[in-house]
Design a protein around this ligand. Structure first.
Ligand SMILES: Nc1ncnc2c1ncn2[C@@H]1O[C@H](COP(=O)(O)OP(=O)(O)OP(=O)(O)O)[C@@H](O)[C@H]1O
Ligand SMILES: Nc1nc2c(c(=O)[nH]1)N=C(CO)CN2
Length: 357
């Protein structure tokens, strides 16, 4: 049976995340190693008596056909490649890789002790490990209870925010795409591209998996019992089409007629547009999403949304119609039934041909 092996990686010199990403990549390139899961990045206080910078730590779950000794050799080679020097015991390092668990095996040779002798004293090992194992893992209960008792001591550990994070599976996929189009992903101009693309995806797809826009505040406006249209035009957006994963971008125009008193802070309309844009979508869907979110949040008397957009997948490939633009229109509530309101709204936002998208 292939054992599940847990590795702990840490860095506290230079671009800590980049060293760790590179180490994960080098491990993944070894034909005898299969990476099953990686934890998030954690920023951790240095453990030990050396005064030094905070570490970034992660845990990895792998399987391998290497023997334990051979894996240790691979690890030392990767540490060397990444300029690790061994001068201060428990001191600063560009990269450290420890073998924490080898299934439930105990290994004790002159070069290798598994479970790692310090594992249960280190939050920076246990917290990332807990993230990537399930409750069937041999040491699960002990890891959990030990985290509890260490948290009462002085080690600190903080999850690094998602936006600045990279994802190994995306990086590996980008490498595969580069190879697939006939490129050499290791040539100097491309070595950092998979990591850059991965971090970009975290940014431009930051709404993936989120259902509801939550970043808003409502106000009561009791000055009028005959509420009038609130209109914001020319809100820029950038999104990615779900058919080709290519950009579509342009302007959104939103109007609503409040119920008797509830209005939303104006700056939240652009934020709502950002929210619906930062996922794979289609122009029609994005238009509908804005109406659906505003209906849920505000329950106004009516909503009108127009989206004017250009599509890279139309202009750069396929029919190659440069400079064409697409308008989607969606009315709800009183806008749906009142043609004068529709006309007033459409006149206010101006003709699509007047717009530079
Ligand atoms: N489980 C293990 N994982 C990695 N190295 C181990 C392990 N057990 C023993 N070693 C041995 O420890 C030696 C020293 O490792 P290293 O220089 O990374 O120590 P350190 O990082 O200062 O301290 P620590 O081992 O607590 O992380 C390695 O050369 C290796 O032979
Ligand atoms: N927070 C943190 N502290 C450490 C670390 C580490 O990876 N993270 N590694 C050490 C030696 O292996 C010593 N101290």
């Amino acid at each position: 049976m292939m054992e599940n092996i847990i590795l702990s990686l840490g860095s506290n010199i230079g671009n800590r995340e980049a060293y760790i990403n590179r180490a994960v990549e080098l491990l993944g390139n070894d034909a005898h190693i299969l990476i099953n899961k990686r934890s998030s990045f954690y920023e951790t206080s240095p453990v030990g008596n050396v005064k030094q910078r905070q570490f970034i730590n992660i845990a990895l779950k792998i399987t391998t056909t290497h023997s334990p000794e051979a894996l240790l050799t691979v690890i030392h080679q990767i540490e060397l490649t990444l300029h690790r020097t061994r001068d201060i015991h428990w001191g600063p390092r560009t990269l450290d890789i420890d073998i924490i668990f080898w299934g439930d095996q105990k290994i004790s040779t002159s070069d290798l002790k598994v479970p790692h002798p310090e594992a249960f004293n280190r939050l920076f090992v246990l917290v990332p490990t807990l993230e990537i194992i399930d409750d069937g893992f041999p040491n699960y209960a002990k890891i959990k209870s030990q985290i509890k008792s260490l948290q009462e001591k002085d080690q600190t550990i903080k999850l690094v925010k998602k936006e600045s994070q990279s994802d190994q599976s995306i990086e590996n996929s980008v490498r595969a795409i580069l190879t697939g189009i006939g490129e050499d992903p290791d040539r100097p101009g491309l070595v950092e591209t998979p990591n850059r693309v991965s971090r970009m995806y975290h940014e431009i797809f930051s709404s993936e998996g989120l259902e509801n826009f939550e970043d808003y505040k409502l106000f009561k406006n009791q000055t009028s019992n005959d509420p009038k249209m609130v209109l914001m035009r020319d809100i820029p957006f950038y999104s990615m089409c779900e058919h080709h994963m290519m950009p579509f971008w342009g302007k959104v125009h939103i109007a609503y007629i409040p119920d008797h008193e509830t209005i939303i802070g104006l700056s939240k309309l652009p934020r709502l547009v950002d929210f619906v844009s930062r996922k794979l979508s289609l122009q029609e869907k994005l238009t509908d999403d804005i109406v659906a979110q505003l209906t849920r949040i505000l329950a106004p008397k009516g909503i009108a949304v127009v989206v004017d957009a250009r599509h890279m997948c139309v202009e750069m490939r396929g029919v190659k119609k440069a400079d064409s633009s697409t308008r989607t229109i969606r009315f709800s509530g009183v806008f749906d039934t009142n043609h004068n309101l529709q006309t007033a709204f459409l006149n206010s936002i101006g003709d699509i041909n007047d717009k530079k998208l």
